[in-house]
Design a protein around this ligand. Structure first.
Ligand SMILES: [Zn+2]
Length: 54
């Protein structure tokens, strides 16, 4: 089962979704936590990780 966890990490890590326009983008979680990442579509800084549950 370790392989699935790895694949999940690779798929979902560093991918965030804009809370305003649902635009998906790749960014480092560190930058998102610092609020340095803005949505390219609507310029909002409120993002959430792609994976909602868990
Ligand atoms: Zn947006």
């Amino acid at each position: 089962m370790a392989k699935i966890a790895e694949a999940e990490a690779r798929t979902f890590r560093n991918i965030f979704v804009c809370r305003k326009c649902k635009h998906k983008m790749r960014a480092s979680s560190l930058k998102v936590a610092q609020g340095k990442v803005t949505c390219r579509n609507c310029k909002a800084t409120v993002l959430r990780p792609l994976r909602k549950r868990g």
